[in-house]
Design a protein around this ligand. Structure first.
Ligand SMILES: C[S@@+](CC[C@H](N)C(=O)[O-])C[C@H]1O[C@@H](n2cnc3c(N)ncnc32)[C@H](O)[C@@H]1O
Length: 345
């Protein structure tokens, strides 16, 4: 699986500097089976496929398993047809609104020793938390549910400074109930040992909240294969079921252009690529603002090198908008974009 590339971009001397790349810029990832890790990136479906709430229903007799509140947002865990449990928003959400913020219940890595450590930590948890961990989904074990299977199904890679670098993965009780969609309406951001989920577009009360488990700048066949291999399900989200050749072609092109952006040196070329990417994300209706933010970062840096004082503030403004939606206002990266934007206002 393709790792998320994020080499640091250095702004020219005397130029407004760019937000830190690296950890802050990288995507959190959901840990796949064993050591395999799937890069998590949100994407929305084809232009034709305007978001419609995924059919989420509570099965007869199924009571909500949990309720989570973050700021004033209420969530509900219910059974979602074909997906096991999933999480609904009970209120309308605006793009960039914080949906959920959660500390990990356990930290671990993929090694056997770490698994044993995690087992010991599990045993030390308060009873209610331990039971809640053991209730989480295990989609990867053959036969009875196992602790390893629970970690592999639900573990997430956390980026940024972590309390223990030897345990880069984390398990969350509420976040674990978020299903995947190639048309995900939410995305996550790691900040100060807390995983935050932000709405990436307007969400209507009753809609299921979904995050992306993989990099979606891939054609459907590849996406499905990654999801099958790591989480053992066939994706039937609206992007996959309303699949078109044009959507696949756009996503392949998006992947190619993003890779090119990291290789290109000439600022004129970088600006062209960044603009093309922004156009394609829009055409493909991809909501994940992290993609746009990445393109803005390259575009901004290149326009500074070109001393293009029309283009640089446009990239700065867009970068700020995207960062606000990805990470919220308090995140260090948003703060840096704010600083940059203020230099141009
Ligand atoms: C992190 S858990 C998500 C919550 C899970 N549905 C539950 O019941 O706790 C990941 C597992 O949920 C299921 N899942 C997630 N997204 C799905 C989707 N779009 N379609 C079908 N199953 C999905 C798969 O079984 C996957 O291995």
């Amino acid at each position: 699986m393709r790792p998320w590339r994020s080499p640091r971009i250095t702004a020219p001397v005397n130029a407004p500097h760019l937000p830190a790349s690296g950890a802050a810029h990288r995507r959190q990832r959901l840990a796949g089976r064993g050591t395999a890790v799937a890069v998590a990136v949100t994407a929305l479906g084809s232009a034709a496929a305007r978001r419609t709430p995924r059919a989420a229903r509570r099965s007869p007799g199924t009571e909500p398993r949990g309720e989570a509140r973050s700021s004033d947002v209420t969530l509900e865990v219910v059974e979602v047809f074909g997906c096991g449990l999933g999480t609904l928003s009970l209120k309308d959400l605006e793009p960039g609104e914080l949906v959920l913020a959660e500390r990990p219940v356990l930290r671990f890595d993929a090694s056997d020793a770490a698994l044993r450590r995690a087992e010991r930590r599990l045993a030390q948890l308060p009873r209610a938390q331990r039971d809640a961990v053991l209730e989480l989904e295990d989609s990867v074990s053959f036969g009875p549910k196992t602790f390893r299977g629970i970690l592999e199904t639900n573990g997430m890679d956390c980026e940024g400074p972590v309390s223990s670098e030897s345990d880069p993965k984390a398990l969350f009780l509420r976040l674990s109930r978020l299903n995947h969609s190639c048309n995900a309406n939410c995305d996550y951001s790691w900040r100060q040992d807390i995983m935050e989920i932000y709405a990436q577009r307007k969400i209507i009360a009753g809609e299921e909240l979904c995050i992306p488990y993989i990099d979606l700048r891939e054609p459907r066949q590849v996406r499905r294969q990654m999801l099958k291999e790591n989480w053992c399900f066939r994706c039937e989200c609206e992007v996959c079921s309303a699949w078109t050749v044009a959507s696949d072609a756009r996503r392949v092109r998006l992947g190619e252009l993003s890779a090119m952006m990291y290789r290109a040196r000439a600022p004129e070329r970088l600006v062209r690529i960044a603009r093309k990417l922004l156009r394609l994300y829009k055409e493909e209706c991809i909501n994940a603002q992290s993609y746009r933010k990445e393109a803005c970062k390259f575009g901004y840096e290149a326009s500074l090198r070109l001393e293009d004082v029309d283009l640089a503030p446009r990239f700065a403004r867009l970068g700020l908008q995207s960062s606000l939606i990805c990470h919220g206002p308090a995140h260090e990266e948003t703060q840096e974009w704010l600083e940059i934007s203020s230099l141009w206002s």
